[in-house]
Design a protein around this ligand. Structure first.
Ligand SMILES: O=C(O)[C@H](O)COP(=O)(O)O
Length: 295
């Protein structure tokens, strides 16, 4: 584990989501630390306000891992349609249970995409080629932008009763916390399936557990959790549930995505340093106030 005092010696740090850049870490680095680069999209592991206070620039690489996160989402949708995870496990245990592991087609089903940014739109584009109807919600994306990705933009109230699958692709902010909860699940079709490759807490885990027990929800896939690694009894029960596919925050964990975010973070550092005319953009800078300190 990285010792907090080491930050006294660093001019810059590059992190993924596991490394928490807290106010304490930033105070330890005060005077030397100038920039924290997030090799990924979410900066919820970095105390941006404290960074700004210490004139530490925080930047991210918002697009570099989108395709990998999108592909994992599509794979998990597939794993909810066809029980490849438990069926594969049963064979490893020496069984041949063909009758237990029947599934359903994705063709003709409706996928709701909540959050039509880079990842959500790419998921829609891919799953449409499987013959799914794609409906979606986003407060910012226009109807025309959604349509260009083959997605019918709707209100949430229109979406709930139509969706066979719901996948979330929003940041975790007050407006999206528990976006899928007991009352919204009750408005859905019986047997709806939900997927979260975005951030833990967008889908209320207890509500999903209850809906799995009642049959209102027929399956769920989670790559992200309110606390990682999970410690709460609710998350543990969810992960253990036979109708749940769980992965340990693997959305960006591909060779390609990691190379892309590493290159993007390096380019942003070079742009900050002003040492290469090739890189003039600091598009990923989160706290422009801190950047202004050096200009
Ligand atoms: O915010 C992100 O970019 C993703 O959640 C990936 O996080 P990671 O880089 O820690 O895998």
């Amino acid at each position: 584990m990285l010792h907090i005092n080491l930050f006294r010696n660093f001019d810059a740090a590059i992190v993924r989501s596991d490394t928490k850049i807290t106010a304490e870490v930033l105070a330890a680095g005060a005077g030397s630390l100038k920039v924290v680069g997030r090799a990924g999209a979410g900066v919820d592991n970095i105390d941006v306000a404290a960074a700004t206070k210490h004139n530490v620039v925080v930047l991210n690489t918002p697009g570099g891992n989108s395709i990998s996160a999108c592909e994992l989402t599509c794979i998990l949708i597939g794993a909810l349609a066809r029980p490849v995870v438990p069926a594969g496990q049963s064979m490893k245990e020496g069984r041949w249970d063909r009758k237990l592991y029947s599934g359903s087609e994705l063709y003709g089903k409706t996928l709701a995409v909540l959050g039509l940014g880079r990842i959500g739109r790419e998921v829609g584009i891919r799953m449409k080629t499987w013959g799914m109807r794609i409906i979606g919600y986003d407060p910012i994306t226009t109807e025309a932008e959604a349509k260009a990705a083959g997605i019918e933009k709707m209100t949430l109230e229109q979406i709930w009763p139509l969706a066979d699958y719901i996948t979330v692709h929003t940041p975790l902010i007050p407006a999206t916390k528990n976006l899928i909860n007991a009352s919204t699940l009750a408005k859905c079709r019986k047997g709806v399936k939900v997927i979260n490759v975005a951030r833990g807490g967008i889908i209320d885990e207890q509500a999903v557990l209850d809906a799995l027990e009642s049959g209102q929800c027929a399956g769920a896939a989670f790559d992200v959790f309110p606390e990682e690694p999970p410690k709460s009894a609710v998350t543990k029960a969810l992960v253990a549930h036979p109708k749940v596919v769980a992965t340990p925050h693997l959305g960006a964990s591909t060779g390609e995505a990691q190379v892309r975010v590493a290159v993007e973070v390096a380019e942003q550092f070079i742009a900050l340093n002003g040492s290469s005319p090739k890189y003039t953009s600091t598009a990923g800078v989160i706290n422009k106030e801190a950047l202004a300190h050096y200009q």
